[in-house]
Design a protein around this ligand. Structure first.
Ligand SMILES: [Ca+2]
Ligand SMILES: [Ca+2]
Ligand SMILES: [Ca+2]
Length: 185
């Protein structure tokens, strides 16, 4: 865990008890926020899309390599999404893929949501196919312009499993979306 003490380095406690109190407060400040004394309380984490042009395929996802448990929120942006109705091509738009690691044995729910008039869909890969195919394990596409697209995993996921989520669109304006991954045991 990353801890920074620099902001108290110049403090000059006059008594040892004060110093212990300050250090204790700093350590508490770095701990996950939440109620109760349960040391295994959820660790929420937010991941911002950082490699838009490099995450187009499930074979090259952004690796969300941060510790989380409870709720992982991925925020990303999509480009103008459009089909030429008279042809299968050209299509303009954005594909985003993110690889997450299951924090512990438990059940996942994925919620893709957005505020724009964009028809998104969500793809889930337990095993990423080789080559350039995009054969997903699940396609979540139950709504059009209004979100969210949600998917509740039927089977328990195992700690350490890597799951790739793909976000794509059938049409609509550019904008921001959030993909929340909820975990519970
Ligand atoms: Ca992208
Ligand atoms: Ca993007
Ligand atoms: Ca949709």
């Amino acid at each position: 865990m990353h801890r920074s003490h620099t902001h108290i380095a110049s403090a000059a406690p006059t008594r040892r008890a004060s110093w212990s109190l300050i250090v204790g407060m700093v350590l508490m400040g770095c701990a996950p926020s939440g109620e109760g004394d349960d040391t295994s309380e959820p660790v929420d984490y937010t991941w911002q899309e950082s490699n838009d042009s490099g995450n187009e395929f499930p074979q090259n996802p952004e690796e969300v390599d941060e510790a989380w448990e409870g709720r992982l929120t991925i925020t990303g942006e999509s480009q103008l999404c459009d089909w030429d109705e008279d042809a299968d091509w050209p299509w303009t738009g954005d594909n985003d893929h993110f690889a997450i690691t299951v924090p512990a044995d438990g059940y996942l729910e994925a919620i893709l949501d957005w505020d724009t008039s964009t028809d998104y869909y969500l793809m889930i890969y337990f095993d990423v196919p080789e080559g350039t195919t995009a054969a997903y394990d699940h396609l979540v596409d139950n709504t059009a312009e209004t979100g969210p697209e949600t998917y509740l995993f039927e089977d328990e996921s195992d700690e350490g499993d890597e799951i790739v989520f793909g976000i794509a669109c059938d049409g609509g304006e550019e904008g921001e979306y959030t993909l929340e991954i909820l975990w519970e045991d």
